[in-house]
Design a protein around this ligand. Structure first.
Ligand code: ATP
Length: 247
């Protein structure tokens, strides 16, 4: 019997940390994601771009376990996690910084950080977060809701960081912040990436996202319109070719 070249198995993508494979998500009759596939490689930054309503938040929520796909598969670190509950995904190393920050406004900075940790007293150490986000160290007793938007966003990042993630899903972390503060946030997430944490970055500041990213995907109306190297995607091409906006 002869073997054809088509029968040669392809090597598994050992670089892949997170894989979204043919995922469809619908809200009732409305399909928000249609057969979407995406890979986040170990130690890489992946930008997920697209217009309002494209399905970016829905994709992050599906990966985090907040939205059940209608079909398709999500794998993380070699295991299928499509139907695993949120807390199991956090424990495995998947953390979401949601749109709107997701900090407890009435709790202090210290309480917000402690709330991220397991109950066991031995593991109640918020030191690593304060080392990574030193601006929070002087604000431990301050109610999170009384801090600036940028400081709250830092706290949201610090909370994620404490769960010792392998991948952080960032949903428009720069939303509503002044340009100088956006710089600080990007510096912080650049430092997380430099530590080897993979990032899946949904961002309205396309240029900044593409500067930081290795890979990029463009979602449009629930479908992938571009997948490739971030350096191959300019802001102009994104607008003109994928979103149909004259530039
Ligand atoms: N809870 C929901 N119920 C019904 N439809 C929803 C719900 N959440 C999102 N959608 C719809 O799903 C589609 C994708 O929304 P999604 O928020 O994922 O897009 P997005 O790309 O993150 O947009 P934005 O940049 O505005 O946040 C949109 O048409 C939206 O109206």
């Amino acid at each position: 019997m002869t073997t054809s070249s088509a029968a040669v198995p392809t090597a598994p993508d050992t670089d892949a940390l997170l894989t979204v494979d043919g995922v469809t998500v619908a809200y009732g009759q409305q399909v928000a994601l249609r057969d979407v596939s995406l890979t986040v490689r170990r130690g890489s930054v992946t930008a997920l771009l697209g217009p309002n309503g494209a399905g970016k938040t829905t994709l992050l929520r599906a990966v985090a376990g907040l939205q059940r796909p209608r079909s398709g598969r999500i794998t993380f670190d070699g295991a299928t996690i499509t139907t695993r509950p949120v807390h199991a995904r956090v424990r495995a190393g998947v953390c979401l910084v949601p749109e709107g920050r997701g900090v407890f406004r009435n709790l202090t900075v210290r309480e917000n950080l402690l709330a991220q940790l397991p109950r066991s007293p031995r593991s109640r150490d918020i030191g690593p977060a304060l080392e990574a986000f030193p601006d929070l160290a002087g604000r431990l007793s301050q109610a999170a809701g009384t801090m600036s938007g940028g400081q709250q966003q830092m706290l949201a990042l610090a909370r994620c960081y404490l769960s010792n993630p392998s991948v952080i899903l960032l949903d428009e972390v720069s939303m509503g912040l002044a340009p100088l503060v956006v710089d600080q946030i990007f510096d912080s997430i650049g430092r997380l990436a430099a530590q080897g944490i993979s990032l899946l970055l949904v961002e309205q500041y396309v240029d900044r996202a593409l500067d930081l990213a290795d890979h990029a995907y463009v979602l449009n109306r629930g479908e992938i319109a571009f997948a490739g190297a971030a350096r191959d995607l300019s802001r102009e091409a994104l607008l003109a070719d994928y979103l149909g906006v004259e530039v």
